[in-house]
Design a protein around this ligand. Sequence first.
Ligand code: GDR
Length: 322
Amino acid sequence: MAKTALITGVTGQDGAYLSELLLNKGYKVVGAERRTSTRNRQRLDELNISDDIVFTDFDLADQGNMERTLETHQPDEVYNLAAQSFVALSFEQPVMTGDITGLAVARLLEAIRTVNPKIRFYQASTSEMFGKVQAVPQDETTPFYPRSPYGVAKLYAHWITANYRESYGLLACSGILFNHESPLRGVEFVTRKITLAVARIKHGLQKELRLGNLDAKRDWGYAKEYVEGMYLMQQQETPSDYVLATGETHTVGEFVEAAFTAADLAWRDYVVIDPAFVRPAEVDLLLGNPGKAKRELKWAPKTAFRELVALMVEADLKRVDR
Ligand code: GDR
């Protein structure tokens, strides 16, 4: 019997790649989607998998809706990838972020516990929980110190997931994922903002690129590889939490330089520093140690930093060309 996976946040970058991976493995994929006035399935269309997914209306604010969704679709695995995931916005909308990124995970765990406690649960935790880092590199044992309402909300979600595992024996795990990027990344995030700008500048459609802090360091990997880690975590007999990262860190400035260089442009001619993009509190340095995932999941990142930048620039050059 084919397994059924329910994916919240199915229309996002990770939802799209995870859907593709699970469909290739023969899963029935139920895409939990928030109803909005405009259709938002471009990423799934781009991967040509929209027709293979069973969509269902879903809202992280609505407990009854969650329970009915689980009863109707009877998933074996739930992947909670939905969230208000833009760090900068969380400073403007901390309460909404707390509700949807944090508290909603308790709703979902309650729904699982009520409907079928055998459902396996994956929570999208994040390196943003390390925030003002207490050790370098960061692994599963590093203390947390979030630096944004988003990080605080994700930390609640992380601990409530562990708590339901320990209190009720739910098969729940969290992937502590460091930044993971791709051509499907939303344009509000810095990597995609940069690669799209490079492509538009190259085609004469844009004159400058306005950015905030270029000194922040991130451990950037390729999203398509990170969703494999999510799947592997769900297949472990005993659920546990895992860091997924590359073990390399680069500044935003280095990403800028690599992206402009990939299109034969000199970044200094185009980049303007704009305080509007500087955050009230910053996460200065993230560097993950994926040792546990390597040992226990046999997971390892393959795409190196410059390769990732180049593939994103190339994809945006093609898009803009079209
Ligand atoms: P991040 O990603 O906050 O790390 O969280 P983002 O790409 O938004 O920022 C990375 C770094 O770049 C700096 N920066 C800018 N960022 C944006 N978005 N726009 C700018 O113009 C800009 N200029 C400089 C930021 O200050 C920051 O230091 C991402 C999200 O996907 C989270 O949901 C996820 O949990 C983590 O990655 C892992």
